[in-house]
Ligand binder design. Structure first.
Ligand code: PLP
Length: 381
C-alpha cells in the first residue's frame, strides 16, 4: 500500500480537474493575462478573474479585487509584513508560528528594530486573548498569527484576535496556510485585515500559487513593482487593487489549476472536508495513543483542530521512524521541526521534533488503520 500523509507540506494527489486545467492552459491558452487584447490573452484574463472570484467566495471576501495572487503564503506574508511595519513598530504574535512569519519578523527586528511580543502557548485557549490585550502598547501596529498550527493542528482563536485588533486600532494578519480550503473561513467575520493563503495545500492547486486577501482601504508599501498591463504610460505603480500588488507575469498555468482546485472544494464544501479530516485525525489519535511509548503533542479535540497530528516516540529518532515508514511500509510523512522551531519549543518537542501525519480529502480510514499498524510493528516489533 502507498499512503501519502504529508498534505500539510503539500497536498497530493490533486483532483483530476486540476491536472486537466494546467495541461489545457499550457496547450490551448498559453498567453499572458492582462497584457494583450487577442482572444488567447482575454481567455487568460478570464481564468485569472474566475480564480479571484472563486477564492473571494470561498474566503468570504466582499470583492474579487481583494484577492491578490502571490507565489505562496510565504510571499504573501512577506508582502504584508514588509508593506506595513516600520522601524520601531511593535508586533504581537503567537508561540506557534511557522518560519514564514517568524523569519520576516526576526529579520525586521535585526534590520529595523521592530519589537516583538510572543504570547506564550496556552494549552486550553491556544492563544490567550487577555495576554494579547495586556501586551498592547502605544507603538503596537499589528497582530500576526497562524490560523492553525502546522505542528499540532491546533486552531487559534482568530475571531477573538480580530475583535481585539479592531477595538485597539491594530492590523490583524492571519496566516491561513493550514486552513484555507481545510475549514470554513470568513475573513470578514474573523476581522482579518489580511489573510494569507497558499494554493498547493488544502486548496488543492499546484505549487507556486497563493495569495492574500486584503481589506479594502488598507494600503501596503509595494513589495514588488513593475508591469501590470494597466496604466502603461505611467512610470509609477498603479494605486488600485489588485494591480498595485501584482507586478510581473503571474503563474497563470498554476492559477488555472488553482481555480480547478478551489472549484472542487467549493462543490464539496469546506465543512465536509473538515469533517472528513477530523474523522481520520481522531481515528489516528485513538490508534496511536494505545501504542506504548507514543506521545501525542496535542489533545484529541474535534472542532478546534485541522487534519494535522504530531507525535514522538520514547527513545526513537523521528527521522529514523519516518524513513522506516517510507521504506518498509510506503507511508509518506514529515519528521523533524516542520519549519516551526518556535512551535516545537512551545509544545515541548524541541530540538528533536516530531513525526507528523497530515490528512487530505483523498485519505481513507483504511490508510489510517494501516499506518497505525505500521507504527505498532516498528515500535513493538
Ligand atoms: C502555518 C504555515 N504557514 C506558512 C507556510 C508556508 O507556506 P508556503 O511554503 O506555501 O509559502 C506553511 C507551510 O508549511 C505553514 O504550514
Amino acid at each position: 500500500m502507498e499512503v501519502y500523509l504529508d498534505n500539510a507540506a503539500t497536498s497530493w494527489p490533486k483532483p483530476p480537474e486540476v491536472y486537466v486545467a494546467v495541461d489545457s492552459y499550457m496547450r490551448d491558452v498559453g498567453a499572458s493575462p492582462g497584457r494583450s487584447g487577442h482572444r488567447q490573452a482575454m481567455e487568460a484574463n478570464r481564468i485569472v478573474y474566475a480564480a479571484r472570484r472563486e477564492l473571494a467566495g470561498l474566503l468570504g471576501a466582499p470583492d474579487d479585487e481583494n484577492i491578490i495572487f502571490t507565489l505562496n503564503a510565504t510571499d504573501g506574508l512577506n508582502m504584508a509584513l514588509k508593506g506595513i511595519l516600520q522601524a520601531e513598530d511593535h508586533v504581537i504574535t503567537s508561540a506557534l508560528e511557522h518560519n514564514a512569519v517568524m523569519r520576516p519578523l526576526m529579520g525586521m527586528a535585526d534590520r529595523m528594530g521592530i519589537d516583538l511580543t510572543v504570547i506564550p502557548y496556552d494549552p486550553i485557549l491556544g492563544m490567550d486573548p487577555e495576554a494579547v490585550q495586556k501586551s498592547i502598547r502605544k507603538n503596537t501596529r499589528c497582530i500576526v498569527m497562524t490560523h492553525a498550527s502546522n505542528v499540532s493542528g491546533r486552531i487559534l482563536p482568530a475571531e477573538e484576535m480580530g475583535r481585539i485588533a479592531r477595538k485597539n486600532g491594530l492590523i490583524l494578519i492571519v496566516d491561513g496556510a493550514q486552513t484555507a480550503g481545510a475549514l470554513p473561513v470568513d475573513v470578514q467575520k474573523m476581522g482579518a485585515h489580511i489573510f494569507a493563503f497558499t494554493g498547493h495545500k488544502s486548496l488543492l492547486g499546484p505549487q507556486g500559487t497563493g495569495g492574500i486577501y486584503i481589506e479594502r482601504g488598507l494600503s501596503l508599501a509595494p513589495w514588488r513593482e513593475g508591469g501590470t498591463g494597466s496604466r502603461s504610460a505611467s512610470d509609477r505603480q498603479p494605486d488600485f487593487l489588485p494591480d498595485a500588488l501584482e507586478a510581473g507575469t503571474p503563474n497563470t498555468p498554476g492559477i488555472a489549476g488553482l481555480l480547478a482546485g478551489v472549484s472542487f472544494i467549493s462543490a464539496k464544501t469546506p465543512e465536509s472536508i473538515h469533517k472528513h479530516e477530523q474523522t481520520l485525525r481522531e481515528r489516528m489519535w485513538i490508534g496511536l495513543t494505545a501504542i506504548p511509548g507514543v506521545h501525542l503533542c496535542a489533545p484529541i479535540t474535534g472542532g478546534d483542530t485541522v487534519g494535522v497530528l504530531s507525535f514522538s516516540v520514547e527513545g526513537m529518532d523521528p527521522g529514523q521512524l519516518g524513513d522506516d515508514l517510507d521504506r518498509q511500509f510506503g507511508i509518506a510523512c514529515r519528521t523533524g521541526l516542520h519549519c516551526a522551531p518556535h512551535a516545537h519549543r512551545a509544545l515541548g518537542t524541541y530540538p528533536d521534533g516530531t513525526i507528523r501525519f497530515s490528512f487530505g480529502i483523498f485519505n481513507t480510514v483504511a490508510e489510517v488503520d494501516y499506518t497505525v499498524d505500521a507504527i505498532r510493528q516498528l515500535i513493538c516489533g
